[in-house]
Design a protein around this ligand. Structure first.
Ligand code: ZN
Length: 102
């Protein structure tokens, strides 16, 4: 995530300039540290959306990655995250998507 301010409310970057700089060098995959507000938010979204075909407990989220794309629109953009869990000793990769208006 942003190396200057690790948290900025619900935003992943400290400001629009920071976000735009990231988009300039996109595509990027950013490691979201545990304890970051985005990690907690994505973890919550993942747990709410957990609807397995067979009744199983939602696996714990081990890692969250933020996808930064360069093709986003100027004012509205879609955010993607990948969530990594370990199920039966096998890494599982899930995607979570949310649309924000900046
Ligand atoms: Zn920044």
């Amino acid at each position: 995530m942003c190396c200057i301010h690790h948290k900025n409310g619900r935003f992943d970057f400290c400001g629009i300039t920071c976000r735009d700089k990231a988009k300039d060098i996109a595509p990027l995959l950013l490691d979201v540290p545990k304890g970051h507000t985005t990690f907690t938010k994505v973890e919550g979204e993942f747990q709410k959306s957990w609807k397995p075909a067979v009744s199983t407990l939602c696996p714990p989220v081990r890692q969250v990655y933020r996808v930064v794309e360069s093709s986003a629109l100027l004012n509205t953009y879609t955010e993607y995250w990948f969530v990594i869990c370990i199920v039966n000793a096998v890494f599982q990769l899930y995607s979570v998507q949310q649309i924000y208006t900046w």
